[in-house]
Design a protein around this ligand. Structure first.
Ligand code: DLL
Length: 440
């Protein structure tokens, strides 16, 4: 695909295309400042340093980064709500929170300067996706404590685009607004994009009749197959962007139009990949858990935060000219990894298989149960009407085909259950794919 110069613009070329040597120097200066501030103002960091007999001055270059202890979700829980803040609350102008599916959510804060940085970084990946001041950006993330909507909102405004703060849900109204206001860019989770595509099909609305050109998707794992499906069904370019509230929210990494990995904004975050079992830093290109250190944040600095997201870094040059390293699509959080009969399985691997088989609808759920000491996996997948109402023999052959494909992709057996078209839950925010019926 060829893109115009306008589409290939870079928001902040000075920082996004910095030579590695200069970038390394900048990272170290910023890291040192962050360490000093975190050590001085956050008892949790100070205690961790003390227990190792460490002071910030011991970190003399970037290669000393592994000396710094990891920060985990547990640290944030123990210091709930404001214990990890490095500035007095009077300097905090915004508070957000993580999705917190279990236990108390974690609380994060931003100074005015942090909000400015956040908008700049979101503006970077929106520009990288081809969004300009001429775009009408339709934000269908839920506005609230979740960082998704506000993060994208201020980034789009920073670019000068016209922002529609639609929020999530009420899909028919979303579609009506898209039609009437001529939205050109849509922002939501990939699973909600799919829900919208389904609904348009049901309502007999041809996506080509809309003005949509691009979708900026993130906040949950999704496969390349799902990207192709969304692009084809909505007739748009779909880009991926990554972030997590503990480290800032969206705006940590985002794809350019080449869509070959998400550029991590390395002048603000240092990325490492570690072995999730041993904590050892892995060599460039290895797959493991992403660890992030923020180096410019004031209110809520994060030192070596264990994201739990499994990915790998790609240091090869990108055709767009940005020099920042790219992270590959995450396979999911290590917490989402299923262990079926001793084999590690990520839901996105299953998604890839299902999307390749004609007749499967892009809606599925994974049910894990325990039989004796063994975990079993059932893949429930919606199929189109032709297959669902097909004769038993044909249906059986379809199930066999899926089970075979799953086995060869995963290396472990899964049972497949076909379910009626439109019977699976549709998602408005982050999709919940796994139902765990084990009583552990
Ligand atoms: O989901 C921030 C965000 C909002 C990112 C909007 C992109 C767009 P949390 O609710 O704290 O923050 O959830 C963070 O979501 O650790 C990943 O597991 C997952 N995640 C986020 N973006 C992606 C992505 C926001 N592009 C958690 N691909 C992260 C895969 C993602 N997983």
């Amino acid at each position: 695909m060829r893109f115009s110069e306008e589409q290939m613009r870079i928001w902040d070329p000075l920082n996004e295309c910095m030579e590695r040597e200069e970038l390394t120097m900048l990272q170290f200066t910023r890291l040192r400042d962050t360490l000093n501030r975190a050590y001085r103002n956050v008892p949790c960091y100070q205690n961790k340093f003390h227990s190792l007999g460490l002071v910030p001055e011991d970190v003399k270059s970037l290669s000393d980064l592994p000396l710094i202890p990891f920060t985990t979700k547990e640290d944030l829980r123990l210091n709930y709500p404001y214990g990890m803040f490095a500035v007095p609350l009077r300097e905090v102008v915004r508070i957000h929170s993580s999705s917190g599916t279990t236990g108390k959510p974690t609380v994060v804060g931003y100074t005015r300067h942090d909000l400015n940085t956040w908008s700049e970084l979101v503006a970077r990946f929106m520009t990288a996706a081809g969004v300009t001041e001429d775009d009408i950006v339709h934000i269908a993330f839920g506005y609230g404590l979740f960082t998704g909507a506000f993060g994208l909102h201020y980034g789009a405004e920073r670019i000068g685009a016209s922002v529609i703060p639609m929020s999530s849900g009420n899909t028919d109204k979303q579609i009506m607004i898209m039609q009437d206001y001529r939205s050109t860019a849509v922002v939501c989770t990939p699973s909600y994009a799919m829900t919208m595509a389904d609904r348009m099909e049901k309502l007999g609305i041809d996506p080509a009749s809309l003005a949509l050109k691009v979708g900026l998707f993130g906040a949950e794992p999704w496969s390349e197959e799902m990207r192709r499906e969304i692009e084809q069904r909505l007739g748009i370019i779909a880009t991926d962007n990554y972030g997590l509230s503990e480290v800032m929210g969206p705006g940590i990494a985002g794809e350019c139009l080449h869509r070959c990995g998400m550029h991590i904004f390395e002048d603000h975050f240092i990325a490492e990949i570690i072995d999730p079992e041993t904590g050892e830093v892995l060599p460039p290109g290895a797959t493991g858990e992403l660890v992030l250190t923020s180096i410019t944040k004031e209110a809520f600095p994060m030192l070596r935060y264990r994201t739990r997201d499994i990915t790998r870094l790609d240091f090869t040059p990108c055709a767009c000219g940005r020099t920042h390293v790219r992270m590959k699509k995450t396979m999911g959080r290590s917490d989402d990894m299923l262990i079926i009969k001793g084999v590690n399985v990520f839901p996105t691997q299953i998604e890839e298989v299902l999307f390749q088989v004609e007749g499967c609808e892009p809606h599925y759920q994974l049910v894990i149960e325990r039989e004796g000491t063994m975990d079993t996996l059932e893949v429930q997948v919606e199929v189109n009407e032709a297959i669902f109402f097909d004769e038993m023999k044909k249906q059986r052959a379809f199930v066999d085909l899926l089970e075979k494909r799953l086995f060869s992709a995963l290396g472990v057996g899964a049972k497949v259950k076909l379910v009626e078209p439109s019977s699976m839950p549709r998602h408005e925010g982050k999709a919940k794919r796994v139902i765990d019926r084990r009583h552990l």
